[in-house]
Structure formats: structure tokens, C-alpha cells
Design a protein around this ligand. Structure first.
Ligand code: MN
Length: 494
């Protein structure tokens, strides 16, 4: 069964898929104009996949509309390849759609030249992306939607090019998606890239996931129903209840940390309870624990103590009726949208003022953007470098994840930023492939590899003397408190 391309790219289909209350009549009129210009401009062009080029423009715009982003961004999505690949110029776009939309298209075209060329160019490429983000984060959303569609169709690209594109996505796009809190995009980017970079591991992990879902699917469904009933009995009406399956790449990394023992990974499938406010989150946790027995030491309050990237939720792991182990994640609708779509979620409600970390990040960016306004962004690139982010440094894990830390941070701060277990089990570090001390001062661009000892149980209390981040201090103190013997040892060492 084949669907005609015309049907695949029909404006009426697109219009029907739009969230009705998000786009006004004049928004839709703008989108139709952008659609018409893009369709005409790409007429007769084909992608390397053999499809008409307009299919790609259409898919990109659809992804942006799926993020509920404002109509100007979606319109720029339709037009994003017009200046690069067709007769139409930026000036003509400006005359038809105005400076703002033409400006976004022009920036996307310039970002198109950011390419992965091995480790030497890697930090430089990240800088470019960060700076593009600082100038106008909307351009990064368009670039993400564009690249996501390219990844969906990567199998049609010549094999020789696939690996380079997959690496670029793993090492540039996924870390940036993570940094701006777009969990869904990060997960999809990593999984698409993983599939081409390590096909064997990818298939193995995917199979494992499918087995788990088969095994626990019915008990999850039952638990969701039971929880819904219990919550309602206690006057908590959930906004949403759903199950989520871990992404392949994220599972594979976690498995590596636990010696490939799948029984130690409890969040392969998780159940999400989305409620209206924070007090309902804590109330729901209480109700859950009155129905199911929680596993000790597995309750995490990321609402009071958000993760470094701003993630908030309550996590708990419980024994279900049939003895299986289930992880629950409890959060508000706002936290849920922030976790899935990050900075993009905040663009949906521009008028809303919220004090959480991601908004603070946006404000930092807005500040940088102001400073940049008077100068040409591309000309300034080389001078500005990472100094823009005055009191933060950016360092990388060997897998290419980027972490931002305060100036003066040490490998131990980095380790706790990666994961509490990485911190607690750290015994050494390599910085840019050379052995270094755990109290060294990290610099922007460093690649940091923590050496672990899996049998190590507790952090070294001495670390408290040199670490810089509140997060590491909190986690070290927590681990030390948990073990009375360690506490005594730390008192004696003082
Ligand atoms: Mn494109």
C-alpha cells in the first residue's frame, strides 16, 4: 500500500493536525503562504532519498507544530532550505515574510555548515551551536526538527555518509538537546545515532527492551488502573497516567554501569503520574506507598532537589501485587512538559513567568543575545568563544555528552553531575586521556573520564574540602550519612 506524495504533503492534512487552540486564523494564513512558497520553490527537486524535496520541508514544519511552537517558527520550518537550495533569496523572503522569519531561515542556512569533522573540530562546533542558541534559540529548534527528519530517513542515504551524520548527531545534537532540557529529542537523537554507530549493541538492547515490555506490560496496565482508582478515591484527579519505556541508548549506558545486570535497572519501564500541582505530587506519593510497599532507598525527591539540568519529579520504586518491581515518576503537567520539551516548552507560553532553572537559562541566553545585538554574530564567533559563558565551563564525557559546571569545578564535581554512582565509585580520572588528580581544576573543552571501582561503596570525605558544586556536596553528605561507619571515619579525619 502506498500513499501518494501529494496526500503526504497536503496542507489540509497539516492544518487538521494542528492543535486548534494554539494557532489563530492569521497564523494559519501565514503557514499557508509559507507552505505555498516552499512547495513552489522546491518543485522538481528530489532528496538523495528519491523523495520530492518538499516532503522534507513539510516534515520539518510538522515537527515544529507538534512542539506547539509559535507560527513564525513553523513558517520558517517550511522555508528553511529555500535559501540554500532554490532560486529564492533571503531578500525575497524578507519582502514576503518580514525580517524575523527571513532572519531565522538565514541563520539555519549558516548553521547548516556546522559539521562533525572529528574530535579537533568538535568543541568548536559545539561553541557554534551554543552561540547560535544564544543569538536565537528558535533557530536551534528548526535545526533539530530538520535533523530529526534526516535521521528518520538516514537509511536511504549512501552508507559512507551515514556514520558521519550519526556521529554528529550523537556528539553535537544530543548533548545540546540535553542541555536545553529537550529530553524527548535527546532520546530520539541518541537512539537514531546509536543504531548506526553500534548496530549490534543497539539490536541487543532493543531486543531486551521488547522482552521486558512483553513480560511486564500487563502488570503495568493493571497498576495504572489501580492507581487511577486509588487517586480518585482520595480526590486527586490525575491530568495523565501513562507508561514510558526507556530509550535504547540510555538503557545501554545504564547497563554498562551495572555490569550488564538487567535486574539492577529498575526504570526500564516506568509509570508516570501527572497531576495538577506540587502538593498533589506529594499526596500521590503517600497514596502510592499506602497501596504498594516501596523499596527502601529508592525514593528520590527531584522536586525539592532538581537534577543539574533542571529536571523535576518524585521517583519511587515499589513492589506490585504480583511481586514485580515498578518505578513510578510523579510530576506536575508543567514539570512533564519541561522534561520532554525543555526550553521549547517555555516558548509555548511566552507570557508565563516561572522561576525554574530552565527559565533562568533562557534569561542568561537573552542577556547574551542583547550583548551580541550590535555586532555581526558570525564575525564575532572567533573572538567570543566560550568566554561568553563567564562563570560556567563546558566539559565532555568520553561519550560526547556535554556538562556545564561552575568555574573551578573538579573531576569529582563532574562525576556527581554525571550520576551519584559515578561520584561514589570514583577512584581516579583521565583528563584529555592523561591521568590526573581528582582535585584538579577542569577547563572548558576538557574531556573527562572517571575511573570507577565498582566495589567501592562510599565517597571519600576528604573530597568535601575541594569540591565546588552544591550538588556534589549534597550527594557526598547523603552517602556518608547513610553509612554510620563512614560518618565516624569522616569525623575522625576532620
Ligand atoms: Mn533541511
Amino acid at each position: 500500500m502506498t500513499t501518494g506524495t501529494k496526500a503526504k504533503t497536503d496542507f489540509e492534512v497539516f492544518k487538521k493536525s494542528l492543535a486548534k487552540d494554539r494557532y489563530s486564523e492569521s497564523d494559519i494564513e501565514l503557514l499557508k503562504r509559507a507552505y505555498d512558497v516552499a512547495e513552489m520553490a522546491h518543485e522538481g527537486q528530489e532528496r538523495r532519498t528519491g523523495e520530492p524535496y518538499f516532503v522534507h520541508a513539510f516534515a520539518t514544519a510538522t515537527k515544529l507544530a507538534d512542539l506547539y511552537l509559535p507560527a513564525e517558527i513553523v513558517a520558517a520550518g517550511f522555508l528553511h532550505d529555500v535559501a540554500e537550495d532554490t532560486e529564492i533569496t533571503i531578500e525575497e523572503l524578507e519582502a514576503e515574510f518580514g525580517e524575523d522569519i527571513a532572519g531565522m531561515v538565514s541563520s539555519v542556512t549558516k548553521l547548516g555548515h556546522v559539521k562533525y569533522r572529528g574530535i579537533d573540530r568538535y568543541v568548536e562546533n559545539l561553541r557554534k551551536m551554543f552561540l547560535a542558541m544564544a543569538k536565537d534559540v528558535r533557530v536551534v529548534f528548526i535545526k533539530f526538527a530538520d535533523r530529526m527528519h534526516n535521521m528518520e530517513t538516514l537509511y536511504m542515504i549512501p552508507e559512507s555518509k551515514r556514520l558521519r551524520i550519526a556521529k554528529e548527531v550523537m556528539e553535537i545534537y544530543a548533548p545540546i538537546a540535553n542541555r536545553i532540557g529537550m529530553g524527548e529529542y535527546r532520546g530520539l537523537f541518541e537512539d537514531y545515532a546509536f543504531k548506526y554507530i553500534s548496530p549490534k549493541e543497539y539490536n541487543w538492547t532493543k531486543h531486551l527492551l521488547e522482552q521486558r515490555v512483553k513480560k511486564f506490560g500487563s502488570s503495568m496496565d493493571r497498576a495504572l488502573k489501580d492507581v487511577d482508582t486509588e487517586l480518585r478515591k482520595n480526590n486527586i484527579i490525575p491530568d495523565d497516567l501513562h507508561g514510558r519505556i526507556k530509550f535504547c541508548y540510555s538503557l545501554s549506558k545504564k547497563l554498562a554501569m551495572y555490569g550488564n545486570d538487567i535486574n539492577k535497572v529498575y526504570d526500564i519501564v516506568a509509570l508516570r503520574i501527572v497531576v495538577k500541582d506540587v502538593s498533589d505530587c506529594y499526596a500521590a506519593l503517600g497514596i502510592l506507598h499506602s497501596v504498594y510497599k516501596p523499596l527502601s532507598g529508592r525514593i528520590k525527591d527531584y522536586i525539592a532537589q532538581p537534577k543539574p539540568n533542571g529536571y523535576q519529579s518524585l521517583h519511587t520504586t515499589v513492589f506490585s501485587d504480583d511481586g514485580s518491581i515498578l518505578e513510578f515518576q510523579i510530576r506536575t503537567t508543567e514539570m512533564h512538559e519541561a522534561a520532554e520539551f525543555g526550553v521549547a516548552a517555555h516558548w509555548r507560553y511566552k507570557e508565563k513567568v516561572s522561576q525554574d532553572r530552565q527559565v533562568m537559562w533562557m534569561e542568561d541566553l537573552a542577556h547574551i543575545q542583547k550583548e551580541l545585538k550590535s555586532t555581526d554574530f558570525m564575525d564575532k564567533l572567533n573572538e567570543l568563544k566560550l568566554d561568553m559563558f563567564q562563570d560556567r565551563i563546558f566539559v565532555f564525557s568520553p561519550q560526547g555528552d556535554v556538562f556545564d559546571l561552575p568555574v573551578g569545578s573538579t573531576p569529582i564535581d563532574f562525576a556527581y553531575c554525571v550520576h551519584t554512582d559515578v561520584g561514589n565509585k570514583a577512584i581516579g580520572v583521565k583528563i584529555n586521556d592523561a591521568t590526573a588528580n581528582l582535585d584538579s581544576t577542569l577547563k572548558s573543552g576538557d574531556m573527562v573520564e572517571i575511573i570507577l571501582n565498582q566495589s567501592r561503596k562510599n565517597p571519600n570525605p576528604e573530597w568535601l574540602k575541594f569540591i565546588k558544586t552544591h550538588h556534589a556536596r549534597l550527594k557526598i553528605n547523603e552517602s556518608l550519612r547513610r553509612d554510620k561507619k563512614s560518618l565516624l571515619r569522616s569525623l575522625m579525619n576532620r
